[in-house]
Structures are given as structure tokens and as C-alpha cells.
Design a protein around this ligand. Structure first.
Ligand SMILES: [Zn+2]
Length: 461
């Protein structure tokens, strides 16, 4: 008798555990991202982290499960930021990774690629995947490959590569250490650039990052790496070589006065053909446009910067340096006509890349400037719409496109049966106004529900 009792107890507790794992979002408008339509008033069933059904059934009283009221709300896939960093690599290197991951999640990010690797980021990736930390699924690019490192070597998130041999060694080392991709940043020479790609193909790891003035776009397109920031795209708009123009405003040259002097000479009618060249190479591009437009393309007032939701989340000890960088930027005294042309060109580049069919990916490049990971993804989405993308296409840059790039097209980036339950419940329809991606009512990450109250706690509200 006693034994039967134990058996019954285990059966029942198993059933209850299973039922508790069942979540239903009821009567919700689903933006599945399979197409640009909206599925009205659906129940989305979630079990063990996966979407098990989307239908008209309403959960009955006989089932014990969590029911989330979705009436009048909109469900979109969790957002992905393809270009983020942690604050750890700045200032005197205070590790606040865990806290920052919560800020990301509270802003609807369920996948994030960290762009300049460090062992502590690999650790963060593992802690999230084991469920010890709350946060988005992380991909961690390698320590950045650079030709020179003029800053403090104290924080090792870089690898010096001055020869093809060094490049080869580092690619294999970073792959072995567990990084997801190889990241290229500054001052890498052509032959080193090529050696990185060659070794990466051999090691079976993707390459992403900058294109410097020593490499330039046509050379980079031959290697078909994934390009960040649209580096060197603008240099393609320079008049032909008979004009002694020097280098334009790409990569680190953005900080050089004589690079800005080329802007009045840039030929905007070359933009469509540049987009075609990029399309032919078949690569993915992360424009990180909002960052460039706010730091270099405009002169945001102090009041505006302080008003942004990001501002309170910049660590106190980093603020002074931030304001110094802004002053340095203002001291460049770039004529408004050049700033305007720069803004127009960057928006037109994004628009033409999209029209040409280049897969674009959302990346915030936070915490550069006054941007903070999480908040800034919404600015980037808005920036895509300003470049001429539809709100639906803008959403694709942070869902389906990114998922395809990351090799998870069957499990992330869409709302469909058997997909991971990475979801955001919104109060407003982002297809009507992209700014509605900010109206977050709750987030599901692999089936785990975070309501508004929890998200506010994450944000320290
Ligand atoms: Zn970056």
C-alpha cells in the first residue's frame, strides 16, 4: 500500500511539474516574421522552452498552466543585437557583466553577439546557458585582431597580428579557446587580413569585423567576410584617382579632420553600384548606423544625451571620459553641410543595400558613445526605418536575418511551432510604428517568463 502511495505521488508530481511548465499566451496578435502579416487573437502554447502550437484554443480550467493575457497586445520574436560590448573593457575594468545582461533582457534582447572577446565573456555565455544568470543567449567573438594597440594592454581583449604567421596562430588559438567567431578591428594589413580568412576557413570559424584603409572594400569583398559598420563603403564614393583626395570618413579616419574634408567631394550617385557590389559578394552587413549618426553625424545637445533612457545606466566612473570624447568630437568643428551629407549618405547606403537584397543585421555598437546595450537596439531599429526600410524589414534585421547568419534559422527569429520560445509581448504594434518595440509588457527567454515587474527590478526601478 505504501509503495502504491509513493508511485501515485511521483506520477502526480510529474504531471504537476509538466503542467507548471506549460505556458499559454492567450488571445494575442502574433507577428510571426514568417511573413509581414499579423495572426489575430491566437493562443500561443509553450512547453519546455519551445513553442508547441499556435491556434484558437483557449486554455480550459482543467489544465494547470500559466496563462498570460495577450488581448490587444502583440507578440514578436525576441530581438538580437549583433554588435555589443560589455562595460568591463572600459575605464578601470569593473566587471558588471551579470547586471548588464539583465538590462539587455529587460529591453527584449534574447540573443546578443559580444564583439571583442575576453575569457570573462565566455564565462558569462556559459552561466547564461546553464541558467545560472538571467540574460540573452550570447555569442562571443574572439579578442579583436589588431595591427597595433595604442591603448593600455591591461585588459586583454585584443590579439596583435602583424604577420600572416601571427594571424594563423591566433585564429587557431581563439577557436580552441571557444570563441564563436573571429573579430577583426583596426590597422590590419592586407596580407594579414587574407591570412586570417585562410586560417579561419581551415579552422572552421567565421570572420567578422572592420575593413580598414589598408584593405579597402573591393579586397574585403573577395574574402566574403561579414562586415561591420559599413567600413570603407563611403571611401568607394570618392571621385576617381585623378583627384588627390586621401582617405574618407571610414573606420578610425572619422576622427581625422582631413578625412572630413573629402565629404563635399563624395559622389552620392555611386551608392547603388556599391550596393550591387556588396550584394554580389553575398555577405551580411551590420551598419551600426545609429551609433555613427549620433556620434559623428550630429551634434546632440547635452540635454538630449541626458534625457535618453540609456544615460542612467552608464557607470558613474565612465561619465567624465564620455563627455571628454564628446568635446573632442565637437572640437573637430565639422561644417553642418558635411554632417548633413554624411547622414544622408549613411541612410542612403543602408536603403540601397536593402533594396539590392543585402541581408542587414541590427547592431548597436553599445556601449560606445552614450549608448547602453539593450536600450540602443530600439534606436537602431528606428534608424533602419529612417533609411527607408519598412518596419517589417527593420524587424527582420534583428530576428530572421540574424538567426540565419548565426545558423539557427529553424529555432530562433520566428514564432512558429518547434521554435524556441524567445518572445516579446508588446503593448503596441511595431508594424504600425517601429518605436513600439519599446512598449515591452513581458519577455520570454527559452520559455521562461519575465513579467514587467521583474524586468523593472532588473532595471533597478
Ligand atoms: Zn564594436
Amino acid at each position: 500500500m505504501k509503495r502504491i502511495g509513493i508511485v501515485v505521488f511521483y506520477l502526480l508530481s510529474g504531471l504537476i511539474a509538466r503542467a507548471q511548465d506549460l505556458t499559454v499566451i492567450k488571445e494575442v496578435n502574433v507577428i510571426s516574421m514568417k511573413d509581414s502579416g499579423v495572426l489575430r487573437n491566437k493562443s500561443v502554447w509553450i512547453e519546455r522552452g519551445k513553442i508547441t502550437g499556435i491556434n484558437n484554443r483557449v486554455p480550459g480550467n482543467n489544465r494547470v498552466c500559466r496563462v498570460i493575457e495577450g488581448k490587444g497586445k502583440y507578440l514578436i520574436p525576441g530581438l538580437m543585437d549583433m554588435h555589443a560590448h560589455f562595460f568591463y573593457e572600459q575605464g578601470d575594468h569593473r566587471n558588471t557583466n551579470e547586471k548588464e545582461l539583465k538590462t539587455m533582457l529587460a529591453n527584449g534582447l534574447t540573443t546578443v553577439r559580444i564583439m571583442a572577446g575576453h575569457p570573462s565573456y565566455l564565462e558569462a555565455r556559459e552561466k547564461v546557458s546553464r541558467g545560472e544568470w538571467n540574460g540573452p543567449k550570447l555569442y562571443v567573438a574572439s579578442p579583436q585582431m589588431v595591427g597595433r594597440w595604442p591603448w593600455s594592454p591591461k585588459f586583454e581583449n585584443f590579439g596583435l597580428v602583424t604577420t600572416p604567421e601571427e594571424a594563423r596562430d591566433k585564429v587557431f588559438r581563439f577557436k580552441k579557446e571557444g570563441y564563436d567567431e573571429i573579430k577583426i578591428t583596426f590597422m590590419v594589413k592586407k596580407e594579414v587580413y587574407d591570412a586570417i580568412f585562410e586560417a579561419a576557413r581551415e579552422a572552421g570559424i567565421k570572420v567578422t569585423g572592420h575593413v580598414g584603409p589598408m584593405v579597402k572594400l573591393p579586397w574585403a569583398l573577395k574574402q566574403k567576410g561579414q562586415i561591420e559598420h559599413m567600413d570603407e563603403f563611403i571611401d568607394m564614393l570618392l571621385p576617381d584617382s585623378s583627384y588627390n583626395h586621401g582617405e574618407s570618413v571610414s573606420d578610425m579616419n572619422l576622427w581625422r579632420q582631413n578625412a572630413w574634408a573629402t565629404v563635399p567631394h563624395l559622389m552620392e550617385d555611386k551608392i547603388p553600384s556599391v550596393a550591387q557590389e556588396v550584394k554580389k559578394a553575398g555577405i551580411y552587413v551590420t551598419p551600426t548606423n545609429y551609433f555613427f549618426l549620433s556620434c559623428f553625424g550630429s551634434e546632440q545637445t547635452e540635454q538630449y544625451i541626458k534625457y535618453k533612457p540609456d544615460y542612467p545606466y552608464i557607470p558613474e566612473e565612465l561619465l567624465a571620459e564620455r563627455w571628454q570624447i564628446r568635446q573632442r568630437r565637437l572640437d573637430m568643428r565639422i561644417p553642418e553641410s558635411s554632417l548633413e551629407k554624411y547622414r544622408r549618405i549613411r541612410h542612403r547606403l543602408v536603403g540601397e543595400l536593402w533594396k539590392a537584397g543585402v541581408p542587414l543585421m541590427a547592431g548597436s555598437d553599445s556601449p560606445e558613445w552614450f549608448l547602453v546595450p539593450g536600450f540602443s537596439i530600439h534606436d537602431e531599429l528606428e534608424s533602419f526605418v529612417k533609411s527607408g526600410l519598412s518596419p517589417y524589414a527593420a524587424l527582420q534585421t534583428a530576428t530572421v536575418n540574424t538567426s540565419r547568419y548565426l545558423g539557427t534559422p529553424g529555432s530562433k527569429g520566428m514564432i512558429d511551432k518547434d521554435f524556441d520560445a524567445d518572445l516579446i509581448l508588446l503593448d503596441g504594434n511595431p508594424l504600425e510604428d517601429i518605436r513600439n518595440t519599446r512598449s515591452i509588457h513581458g519577455v520570454l527567454k527559452e520559455g521562461k517568463w519575465y513579467d514587467r515587474k521583474t524586468l523593472d527590478e532588473f532595471l533597478g526601478k
